[in-house]
Design a protein around this ligand. Structure first.
Ligand code: MEV
Length: 383
């Protein structure tokens, strides 16, 4: 799949439980190196499942490809000429990838935008069916670009799909009764108000919005990876969408209404169910079977719901006991593994660190050394 290959660099995969999306139960495979993400995901999903689950939906699955025209002398005239050619250009695009058209997809519409006096963008929307479609789109765009150069004698700067997939959105909502949110003797209503407040802060403050969205992407990326999709494409589209109104904001919103906490998340999710690395990596088809999904839209519905569950779990922890308590054991485990402990030693070293209130790498190494010394002594006494 890549160049200059030397080895495989593997990531752990786990399963998140309790996902009830559009009345269907799902097991969700997640690939991530971050401790606590999968536990938090399952926790958020379990609260939402008790509240009736997620209601998710998807828009049309159209991807946008761009052709950028440069050294434009008269942009208004050029736009009129392109308008007249629209039908022709869309069929040039379709002819560049006839199998897509046969499968019911193809170029759907074309729009122009003036970027500067000398720069015009043509946006072409393409129905890619079940694929993410990057290669198909780029092939189709290059064919259209060539045509434009020939017919209009217009210089093309570049042709490439846009990851700002505003025509391929996924949305999910949940409605949680206050009582499901009570924690450590704190009433659910108080926690719900704090979560709504935390959601508000992410709408107001870019510093918080970035972290709020990072938490959402913890879940989203992990499923995007498990499903063989391009997480950089999803990341860039998500963050562009977060800034769609001119200020970077939280992707999710949390509101109170009549005894319920209502969460909503919407973002571009141009994932594929076929094509690209999906057919090449054997684990991906196993993961599709694990999820029991049959389409890209179903995958989108799961992924956007994972983002919202992840966000709920993070906010719930942040406004109640704080994030560190739940993370501590897993973080210590990472430290202990980094210190060189093997699977038979990990738990004992983590317990000792907790007992001694130690949280740092040097202490992990020292405790491991002492543990091994004692273990060796015990064995020699037995002998
Ligand atoms: C950590 O990976 C993610 C969080 O920071 C998300 C958040 O603050 O909402 C816990």
């Amino acid at each position: 799949m890549i160049e200059n290959y030397i080895t495989d660099y593997s990531y752990p995969e786990g399963i998140a439980f309790h996902y009830l999306v559009n009345n269907k139960d799902y097991l969700v495979p997640m690939v991530t190196e971050e401790p606590s993400v999968i536990a938090a995901s399952s926790h958020g999903a379990s609260i939402i499942a008790k509240a009736g689950g997620f209601v998710a939906s998807t828009s049309e699955r159209l991807m946008i490809g761009q052709i950028i025209l440069e050294n434009v002398e008269d942009s208004k005239k050029l736009i009129l000429e392109i308008k007249e050619l629209t039908k022709n250009l869309l069929s040039v695009a379709d002819r560049a990838h006839p199998s897509l058209k046969r499968r019911g997809g193809g170029a759907r519409w074309l729009k122009t935008r003036i970027l500067a006096k000398d720069l015009v963008a043509i946006d072409i929307a393409i129905d890619v069916q079940e694929a993410m479609g990057a290669n198909m789109i780029n092939t189709m765009l290059e064919a259209v670009a060539k045509k434009l150069e020939e017919v209009l004698n217009q210089q093309v700067l570049m042709s490439i799909l846009s990851n700002y997939a505003t025509e391929c959105l996924a949305r999910t909502t949940c409605k949680i009764p206050f009582e499901l949110l009570s924690r450590n003797g704190i009433a659910g209503e108080i926690i719900a108000k704090k979560i709504a407040q935390a959601g508000r802060v992410a709408q107001l403050d870019t510093y918080r919005a970035a972290t709020h969205n990072k938490g959402i992407m913890n879940g989203i990326d992990a499923v995007v990876m498990a499903s063989g999709n391009d997480w950089r494409a999803i990341e860039s589209g998500a963050h562009a969408y977060a800034a769609r109104n001119g200020q970077y904001r939280g992707l999710s919103t949390w509101k109170l209404s009549g005894g319920y906490l209502i969460g909503e998340l919407e973002l571009p999710l141009p994932v594929g169910f076929v094509g690209g690395s999906i057919g090449i990596v054997p684990l991906v088809s196993i993961n599709q079977k694990l999820m029991k999904i049959t389409s890209a839209r179903e995958l989108e519905s799961i992924i956007v719901s994972v983002g919202l569950a992840q966000n709920l779990a993070a906010l719930l922890a942040l406004v109640s006991e704080g994030i560190q308590k739940g993370h501590m054991r897993l973080q210590l485990k990472s430290l202990v593994i980094a210190a060189g402990a093997d699977a038979t030693e990990e738990d004992a070293i983590v317990d000792r660190m907790l007992q001694e209130g130690k949280r740092d790498a040097d202490s992990a190494k020292k405790i491991l050394r002492d543990y091994r010394k004692r273990d060796k002594n015990d064995r020699s006494q037995l002998e």
